[in-house]
Design a protein around this ligand. Structure first.
Ligand code: HEM
Length: 538
């Protein structure tokens, strides 16, 4: 049950509406008492000491003193917009999610972000970008919390604090804000070679997008869809921008950072205000849900790997249109709380060990960031589905719950048949077999290959894109103090491509090492010849 002062549609009513709009003919205290003056403290005479009894002064300063909340520990700088998702119905055969049925329109809120900079940092730094979408479906909230790069630095969430500590500014001097031009970042990615693929994407033009409107988005992990018959399909989610994918060049990015640090934020808001609504198609790559969750020799549970689109084409399932700017940045963009565990019937997770940690981390951090456990009641986070959750009390509880027995079954409050079956539209986890195994702290052998996909990415680049990558590595590494770190990075580059390594080494005035990893192809098979082989949508 929702807060008392909110109508069934979630809109504030009566006096509360005026409070939220902060409108009316006169000013009041927070208690609604009419004020005569909000410009002068209460004093003993015009020049006299201020009196402790000035309740209005203390209320005004107390509230101001607590206006700031902690920024997000990552993705602190963001910009967001409201919109709609129009489903094509093409995923209906493989997912029972109601919002994926034909012609269903679902309200959404999308937040784009940089990862490492603080809330006030510049927009056009070289970094990964977040692309998080909240779908307010009739079956509850579904969050697709993705990035503009399809792979991640690490394969196991237990390394997330480490990679972020390495990427954030140095703890002694709190520099630099820009992602990668510093020793700890390059130390980490050269010691953890699974980061090579993501780093290469960052050093490419993808690391400096021209506009949020011109970015792809990726769910990164493999998810499991399930249809009404219980059949499952593994998928990777993709957002494809209607405006195409465009990047800045490095010199532009640097100039813009100085001239307009809000460049991406302004661009998104201005475009929407002018009626040039940005659009993306949501697409999926589909794979059979076989026992080992491998596809063409690629481990689908390894978040440092893509599946080339030649092997599994992206099939469009709906259209996203962003058509309204937030009216209050704090209430919407800042207080929105995304979580990979916000799932609806028809969409389930896989055993990707990075995803497992994320399933814990988002709710956990939001308790601190949003001041307690009741942030699902904030207007931007409120589901559009009815809520009956037995959750009670806690800081900032705004609902006045009824009844004496917040437990089920009970014999006092009427009970309720809440243990629902699959046919009732309830969320049922797919009952996948969990193989019996030894308890270990180790990664599978299929996570070992760290270079074949970076090599594939490099080989897919045009000559000018290669020049940009070489220039980016050379610039970023020129800011590193420790020679041993530069040499270790050159070793990872040698394992990608001799020309890439040689050019960067020459730019740094260092010797280019030879490759230490044998050049393996993607997966076990020469799979790029298997064009168009994927799991059909119908
Ligand atoms: C925030 C994406 C991995 C922890 C975010 C946001 C995005 C994102 C887009 C910003 C959400 C917003 O706009 O409010 C990703 C992707 C990942 C990844 C695509 C890998 C595939 C991880 C991992 C962890 C993690 C492994 C921890 C184990 C967090 C935390 C926040 C965050 C704590 C801040 C959330 C908040 O304060 O509301 N992530 N992330 N992320 N992520 Fe991740």
């Amino acid at each position: 049950s929702g807060p008392e002062t909110v109508s069934p549609t979630g809109q504030p009513t009566g006096a509360d509406q005026a409070r939220m709009a902060q409108s009316g003919a006169y000013l009041t205290t927070a208690q609604g008492t009419r004020l005569a003056d909000s410009d002068h403290s209460l004093k003993a005479g015009p020049r006299g000491p201020v009196l402790l009894q000035d309740h209005h002064l203390r209320e005004k300063l107390m509230h101001f003193d607590h206006e700031r909340i902690p920024e997000r520990v990552v993705h602190a700088r963001g910009s967001a917009a409201h919109g709609v998702f129009q489903s094509y119905g093409t995923a209906q055969a493989i997912s029972k999610a109601a919002f994926l049925a034909a012609d269903v329109e679902t309200p959404v809120f999308v937040r784009f972000s940089t990862v490492l900079g603080s809330r006030g940092s510049a927009d056009t730094v070289r970094d990964t970008r977040g692309f998080a979408t909240k779908f307010y479906t009739e079956e509850g909230v579904f969050d697709l919390v993705g990035n503009n790069i399809p792979v991640f630095f690490i394969q196991d969430a237990i390394k997330f604090p480490d990679v972020i500590h390495a990427g954030k500014p140095h703890p002694d001097r709190e520099i630099p804000q820009a992602q990668s031009a510093h020793d700890t970042f390059w130390d980490f990615v050269s010691l953890h070679t699974e980061a090579t693929h993501h780093t290469l994407w960052n050093m490419s033009d993808r690391g400096i997008p021209r506009s949020y409107r011109m970015m792809e988005g990726f769910g990164v992990h493999t998810f499991r869809l399930v249809n009404a018959q219980g059949d499952t399909t593994l998928v990777k989610f993709h957002w494809k921008p209607k405006l195409g994918v465009h990047s800045l060049v490095w010199e532009e990015a640097q100039l813009i950072n100085g001239m307009d640090p809000d460049f991406h934020r302004r661009d998104l808001a201005d475009a929407i205000e002018a009626g040039a609504f940005p659009q993306w198609e949501l697409g999926i790559q589909t794979f059979p849900d076989n026992d080992d969750q491998m596809f063409e020799g690629i481990d689908l549970l390894d978040p440092t790997k893509i599946v080339p689109e030649e092997l599994a084409p992206v099939q469009a399932i709906g259209l996203l249109t962003l058509n309204a700017n937030p009216s209050n940045f704090f209430a919407e963009t800042e207080q929105v709380a995304f979580h990979v565990g916000h799932l609806v019937p028809g969409i389930d997770v896989t055993d990707d060990p990075l995803l497992a940690g994320r399933l814990f981390s988002y709710l956990d951090t939001q308790i601190t960031r949003l001041g307690g456990p009741n942030f699902p009641q904030l207007p931007i986070n409120r589901t559009h589905a009815p809520v009956n959750d037995m959750l009670r009390d806690g800081s900032h509880q705004s609902a006045v719950h009824r009844g004496v027995a917040p437990y089920k079954p009970n014999s006092l409050d009427g009970g309720c048949p809440f243990f629902a079956g699959a046919d009732t539209g309830a969320y049922i986890e797919v009952p996948v077999e969990i193989p019996s195994a030894r308890k270990v702290r180790e990664a599978p052998a299929s996570f070992d290959d760290h270079f074949s996909q970076p090599r594939l990415f490099w080989q897919s680049m045009t000559p000018v894109e290669r020049e940009h990558i070489i220039a980016a590595y050379t610039f970023e590494l020129s800011k590193v103090y420790e020679q041993a770190i530069k040499e270790r990075v050159l070793q990872t580059l040698a394992n990608i491509d001799a020309e890439l390594c040689g050019e960067v080494a020459a730019g740094l005035g260092l010797q280019a090492p030879s490759a230490t990893e044998p050049p393996t192809e993607v997966g076990a098979s020469p799979s790029l010849s298997q064009i168009g082989k994927s799991w059909p949508l119908d």
